[in-house]
Design a protein around this ligand. Sequence first.
Ligand SMILES: [Zn+2]
Length: 216
Amino acid sequence: MNYFCNGLHIVCIKEQHIDQNCYLICCGADAVVIDPSYEPRILEALEQIAPQEILILLTHEHYDHIAGVNQLRQRWNCRVVCSQICSGLIRSPKTNKARFYDRLFIFRPIEERRRIHKIIDPQYVCYADQTFQNRLVLKFHELEIHMQTVDVHSPGSVVITIDHSLTFTGDGWLGDVIEHAGRKILPDAQYRVNRIVFPGHGLPMIPECNEEKNES
Ligand SMILES: [Zn+2]
């Protein structure tokens, strides 16, 4: 799915089994990637962009949100940024939950479980290049990116805001009630006024954006 918000082109690529969202933001010749999963369509989309550099931002440490980091590193020049706590937790398959990931699928049909087993790596680990405590402000090309730690969902969780208008919540907010988001995970007034919210699973809340449904 493509979204066009505030002059930015955002591509949402869904992981097919648990509806996890990876977001690509085209940025000049380069790209920002938030929460890369193992979904092969992420690589296909990036091949079309052919970036010189990729800035990878992680909302939190869980396997479904980090499983594509190493694949991207193999092909492109990547810089991975996450909270300091997240960076410690992604280094172990126990704390990034890769070791337990298949448990999510125990009630799925056997064919689906077989497919998932071929994709996932229960020993998966990755690492970050840049970390922060509490808060980080980054410039990437013309984008201004704010990352703020939040006390929801998991110890390493952050909320990411781009250009003061787009908010990427990871798994801290998955519902469709903005008051919940405002109270629970968007502590700063700056985040509260954002009306465009991209969650870690499910559908974005995008009242001011144009959608283009040329991709599932
Ligand atoms: Zn998740």
